[in-house]
Design a protein around this ligand. Structure first.
Ligand SMILES: Cc1cc2nc3c(=O)[nH]c(=O)nc-3n(C[C@H](O)[C@H](O)[C@H](O)COP(=O)(O)OP(=O)(O)OC[C@H]3O[C@@H](n4cnc5c(N)ncnc54)[C@H](O)[C@@H]3O)c2cc1C
Length: 363
């Protein structure tokens, strides 16, 4: 089996497929340790999916967080996860953890080599043709495997830009904080005892974290005098999904298969759940069940992302939603429980969905 892409999705897929006895070559054009712009928050369902793959996130010395807070200039609402724990973890530490696990499971790696001339029977790596029974595209948003297989990509939201930078400052809360500004959001994730990760999401590729801080005075105050602990990194982010994620012996996983906007903080959790489902399908030699599992895995995340993007795009919707969450904490708690994969969508009763619907209609 050939896996194109050795990010979190590719490594997790390799671990899942090795557990089913498949021989795997994983190729990435970059070399470890691979870093990437990311808010670095892993929700409880992502932690659980990793555990199911035999990977204990605790080995990467992650920083736990207990829930999520939304704030704007007028309102604030917090919700704690009902049972599971979420973690902030540096991408490089997560990558090393997954790489060590895949390595000890017997995966073969080719780092620093670009995969080209992809077809159903294999691909070229460093100019040499490699044949494979299964071809897995874990090659990120701009997936070449997806392009070759003509699996398309439907975008159902705007293309936005995400930046992240770490600062040497002790986390001031055990929650991930999402600050809502005018069409942009700043997210704070604890990533160490003396370190936080700040992410910014907006439709402006030139708006960097330092400039945006003017709009988030509470964060600016917390960061005043704090030293940056990493360089600024950025990436495009959007809500979209491949028209299909399998074609004969080809499957897509992670961002190659579909993305939710980074504001949802779910890309990693989705990739690990998909890897698990892909491993099961490969074990049966039948990718059809991966296609349906993938749709199920993406469903809630896509819905939640749509709500978050609506809140981002419309001042009135954001104001009403945040007021509702602050006044009715139980709605926010249930929404966050569904978002974190700790409750099914049914946990949101008809009355609550109606309340949320009114937020949108009244705006
Ligand atoms: C600013 C920002 C903040 C985010 N915050 C969070 C968060 O807090 N929590 C969360 O869960 N998610 C978050 N996400 C989403 C998360 O980062 C992604 O979902 C995740 O990185 C997807 O992993 P992946 O392995 O699918 O893709 P990638 O990490 O993009 O890996 C793809 C790999 O494929 C390789 N590759 C591509 N083409 C080729 C080729 N032709 N040959 C060889 N190799 C190739 C690349 O080098 C790369 O290493 C955020 C995203 C952004 C942009």
């Amino acid at each position: 089996m050939l896996i194109v892409g050795g990010g979190p999705a590719g490594l997790a897929a390799a671990i899942a497929a090795r557990a089913k006895g498949l021989r795997i070559t994983l190729v990435d054009s970059r070399k470890p340790p691979i870093d990437k712009a990311c808010g670095e928050g892993l929700l409880p369902e992502g932690v659980a999916a990793l555990q199911n793959l035999g990977v204990d996130l605790r080995d990467a010395s992650p920083t736990p967080f207990a829930g999520i807070r939304f704030s704007d200039e007028h309102s604030s609402a917090s919700a704690r996860f009902p049972s599971g724990t979420a973690f902030g973890v540096r991408r490089t530490a997560l990558h090393k953890l997954l790489l060590d696990r895949a390595d000890s499971a017997g995966v073969d790696f080719v780092w620093g080599a670009r995969v080209s001339a992809i077809d159903r029977a294999g691909a070229k790596i460093n100019g040499e043709r490699i044949r494979c029974q299964w071809l897995i595209g874990a090659d990120g948003q701009q997936s070449g495997v997806r392009r070759f297989a003509q699996l398309g990509r439907d975008l159902s939201g705007p293309t936005r830009f995400g930046f992240r930078r770490h600062y040497a400052v002790a986390p001031w809360t055990d929650l991930v904080e999402v600050y809502w500004g005018k069409c942009r959001q700043m997210v704070i994730t604890p990533t160490g005892a003396e370190e936080i990760c700040v992410s910014l999401f907006s439709s402006d590729s030139h708006l960097h974290i330092d400039d945006a801080l003017r709009e988030f005075p509470q964060v600016a105050q917390r960061l005043s005098g704090a030293k940056p602990a990493s360089t600024l990194a950025g990436a495009v982010t959007s809500l979209g999904r491949a028209a299909a994620v399998t074609l004969e012996n080809i499957a897509l996983v992670g961002d190659a298969s579909g993305t939710v906007d980074g504001i949802a903080g779910q890309g990693l959790s989705l990739a690990f759940q998909q890897a698990q489902a892909l491993g099961e399908a490969l074990g049966r030699g039948d990718l059809a069940c991966y296609e349906s599992a993938h749709r199920r895995i993406m469903r809630n995340a896509s819905r939640m992302t749509r709500l978050l993007l609506l809140m981002s795009a419309s001042f009135a919707i954001r104001r009403r939603a945040l007021r509702l969450f602050a006044a009715r904490p139980s709605i926010f708690s249930r929404l966050i429980a569904v978002h974190a994969g700790e409750a099914s969508q049914d946990a949101l009763g008809a009355a609550e969905i109606l309340d949320l619907g009114w937020c949108v209609l009244w705006a």
